[in-house]
Design a protein around this ligand. Sequence first.
Ligand code: FES
Length: 153
Amino acid sequence: MTVDSIVKKHGNDREHLLSILHDIQSGSPDHSLHREAIEELSCLLDVPISDIVGTASFYTMFSLKPRGRHIIRLCESPPCYIAGEENILAALERKLGVVLGGTTADGLFTLEATSCLGACGVAPVMMVDDEVYGHLTEAKAVAIVERIAAAQG
Ligand code: FES
């Protein structure tokens, strides 16, 4: 979908900015908000670019830089941290060959941290794209990543 059609779908009102940004990013092949799209949106909504960038920067679900095909979000809020998040992060960094915030050389994964995903009862938790995985261990987290990578063919 074009930026124009996304704005038409939601209505060209500032109050719909988050939904519009979500749809723009979802349609982006590298899961990010491109400068050109933000500029076009700024004109369509009559909202300053700095306002849109500020909003996009505030929410961890948005990215202003290119990301991998799959986004891994590891929860680092206290319940997950206490349950061993640090060890899982280290295992994922080793497996992927990136540090937190990085994208693998093949462009397949981006590893990010997030605050609570609302699944504290099964901590530690990570989300890959739209799927939530709980009761993680280092081995389980690595196996999930390997399974997704293998499914790419
Ligand atoms: S603290 Fe990690 S899901 Fe809530």
